[in-house]
Ligand binder design. Structure first.
Ligand SMILES: [Zn+2]
Length: 304
């Protein structure tokens, strides 16, 4: 069986009111990230959702740079960072307390149980000399998708509906691999109440219902062509798929960036990092190790 296109975000619009949406499909890219980290399954699923939602949300914005979704809470998963660049590079990591995670019950909604009380932050970074946009909202909802939905309700600038799924399922070679998928539709709220507006409201409600009828299995189905899923869900009102954008697991860390970070540290903080006179920095996103021996550290400080 030929492979269906994977690792992409597929923008689409639903006629007749041109409601905008995006379908995210992640195969090898999300498997690379989650397998590399080898987190316990609840952490892997939560981070997978964070990365997939970040891709869906980034597509809602016109920006050139880096979009970041971050959560911080007092639960077993203390921190999650997921980011996506305009070029389609995705990455993410989580920090968690293994003992508290093991002690957490398996009953109840995942966000209160695993993330606890805290916040969700969305950031757009378009590089130096530009304003960073940041939106923050309390973690409110049973799932991460509900927390993002809460964010949209608070922001009042965009109305959105979204759905996400992450699963580890057997590939064609029977090896279990991570997959993820998301659907999101959005529209700008309007203030006027005209007949057209009422018709659009009705179209919006229908689209949200059609979208929610999609199953998690469909969202992570490796053999389902993206256009086929969109047609299955929205054909009654008419749906048009636009050109997809490719996604890939790629980290932006480099030795040069680590050097810049080390140079910016206070000498005593740099000393605190030393073990046997050496400093070893490990990238939290991709686990690449950057070692600096005494000579390298000396050269670093001389050149600063
Ligand atoms: Zn890295």
């Amino acid at each position: 069986m030929p492979r269906v296109a994977d690792d992409l975000v597929q923008p689409f619009q639903i006629e007749p009111f041109a409601l905008r949406g995006r379908l995210v499909r992640l195969g090898p890219a999300i498997d690379t990230i989650l397998t590399r980290h080898a987190y316990p399954e609840p952490v892997a699923i939560m981070l997978g959702e964070a990365i997939t939602l970040a891709v869906a949300l980034a597509g809602a914005l016109k920006y050139d740079g880096i979009f970041t979704l971050q959560t911080k809470g007092d639960g077993p998963i203390k921190l999650m960072v997921a980011d996506v660049t305009t070029a389609g590079a995705i990455r993410g990591y989580a920090q968690f307390d293994a003992a508290r995670l093991a002690a957490a019950t398996s009953a109840g909604a995942p966000v209160p149980r695993l993330l606890g009380a805290g916040y969700l932050a969305l950031t757009v970074d378009q590089g130096e000399h530009t304003d960073r946009y940041q939106g923050i909202v309390e973690l409110q909802g049973g799932t991460l998708a509900e927390c993002v939905h809460h964010y949209f309700r608070q922001s009042e600038q965009v109305e959105a509906a979204l759905k996400v799924a992450v699963a580890r399922i057997p590939d064609h070679d029977d090896v279990p691999r991570w997959r993820a998928g998301a659907l999101m539709i959005q529209r700008l709220p309007r203030e006027s109440f005209t007949q057209e507006r009422e018709d659009e409201d009705e179209a919006w409600r229908r689209a949200a219902i059609f979208m929610s009828s999609s199953t998690s299995a469909e969202l992570v189905d490796r053999d389902l062509v993206p256009e086929a899923l969109l047609f299955r869900l929205f054909h009654e009102d008419g749906v048009r798929a636009h050109a997809p954008h490719a996604l890939a697991a790629r980290c932006r860390c480099s030795r040069q960036r680590v050097e810049t970070m080390l140079r910016a540290l206070q000498p005593e903080d740099l000393d605190d990092m030393k073990v046997d006179g050496k400093v070893v920095v490990t990238c939290e996103f991709c686990s690449t190790v950057y070692p600096f021996d005494a000579d390298a550290l000396g050269a670093l400080l001389v050149s600063s």
